[in-house]
Design a protein around this ligand. Structure first.
Ligand code: NAP
Length: 357
């Protein structure tokens, strides 16, 4: 018999913020490392498909899943200590990221304020190296702990071993979140004591100037960023969505120059590797898709990068819209957009865009 924290035939609609319907054969609500360790020793677990789920905020549920969905709900956050330059904090994998950031600020440990309001869990944050408004998790990551679900071994990764990149990491590249081989159980952060405001992003600077703030405090930055996000990204409880649906594309300097010549208002951000980052939202909007619907899904009127489920959508509806938007952007700008969400699929192609988004 399976432990009582495992339920069978679970509706996944409440577990993905796009609210796409599907069933999981088993869903394990993991609230401690011990529970996880016990489950992976269970005879019914071995050889079964598994998927490690955090907040479900960057997830596209493609259909029913036969196997175990491991819903990482381990709670806990603590101050580990400090040295001359940094404060060290730990967050268990199931901590809500946004609440964790708010807790650090309320405790007088600034640093993470630009990452306020990002949905999802602390355990999932390093996988995509979440970031916003000029800061990313990798700037503050010290190490993380993971459990090898096949061998039962505990692994500790120093930040230097995580190969973090722009919304990317070793774990994402190796498909950790898809293979169900490892589960991150705890993340340790180091926050520098010599705090400096990061307010270089146009919208942030403009909002601060509008409010007459010249030297923002961490709390003021958090407030501005939370307000900006709320204005652009709908609350999934009211209008289901998975945040930014497409990645901001990086293109060659030559293509960026040609595009800017043809479209002088196209926002371009040169990168240290010589490529140029483009704003996907601008491309989607100027390909005619901002605020437009296709069936029960659409691109949000306040932020063209956010795909919203206006009610009763299926994965097929999302696929159709994603394809239509990608084709329109490619036809107009010659740029291929890449969808951001992870795909939960039963057919062995989880995470594979062969699902043709
Ligand atoms: P935005 O602020 O309209 O910016 C669009 C694009 O322009 C992004 O690629 C952003 O880079 C870039 N950009 C803007 N100002 C810049 C500057 N001063 N220097 C360098 N690059 C600049 O984007 P948005 O879609 O409304 O999102 C707001 C922020 O939330 C962005 O930072 C975005 O990356 C972040 N976000 C992150 C996630 C995630 O981690 N999964 C999901 C949604 C949104 P960056 O992307 O490097 O910031």
């Amino acid at each position: 018999m399976l432990p009582d924290f495992v339920a069978s035939q679970v509706d996944l609609t409440p577990y993905n913020t796009l609210a796409l319907p599907a069933r999981a054969e088993f869903l394990a609500r993991i609230q401690s490392v011990e529970q996880l360790a016990a489950l992976i020793r269970h005879p019914e677990f071995s050889g079964r498909r598994r998927f490690v789920l955090g907040g479900g905020s960057n997830l596209l549920v493609a259909g029913d899943f036969s196997g175990f969905v491991l819903h990482m709900s381990i709670p806990g956050k603590r101050r580990i200590g400090e040295d001359a330059t940094h404060i060290y904090l730990a967050a268990a994998a199931g901590e809500n990221w946004s609440d964790f950031v708010a807790w650090t600020l309320a405790s007088g440990w600034p640093g993470l304020e630009n990452l306020s309001g990002i949905p999802g869990t602390a355990g999932a944050a390093p996988i995509q190296n979440i970031g916003a408004y000029g800061a990313e998790v990798g700037d503050f990551l010290q190490q993380l702990t993971a459990l090898d679900l096949a061998r039962g071994e505990t692994l500790v990764f120093d930040v230097r071993d995580c190969a973090l990149g722009y919304r990317d990491s070793l774990f994402k590249r190796e498909g950790w979140h898809l293979s169900g081989r490892y589960a991150i159980t705890e993340v340790v952060f180091r926050l520098p004591k010599n705090w400096r405001a990061r307010a270089t992003y146009g919208e942030v600077a403009a909002r601060l100037a509008q409010d007459g703030i010249t030297n923002p405090t961490p709390a003021q930055l958090a407030q501005v960023i939370t307000a900006l996000r709320a204005q652009k990204i709908p609350d999934p409880r009211q209008l289901p969505n998975a945040g930014s649906f497409f990645q901001n594309p990086k293109v060659s300097a030559e293509l960026a120059a040609a595009l800017q010549h043809a479209h002088p208002r196209l926002p371009c951000y040169p990168q240290s590797d010589g490529s140029v980052k483009l704003a996907a939202a601008w491309l989607v909007e100027h390909a005619g898709w901002k605020g437009r619907n296709l069936g029960p899904v659409g691109m949000y009127e306040q932020q063209a990068l956010v795909l919203v489920n206006r009610g009763g959508a299926s994965c097929r509806d999302v696929q159709n819209l994603s394809r239509a938007v990608r084709e329109a952007v490619f036809a107009r700008f010659g740029v291929s957009l890449v969808p951001e969400p992870v795909i939960l699929a039963d057919s062995g192609d989880a995470g594979n865009t062969s699902l043709s988004l």
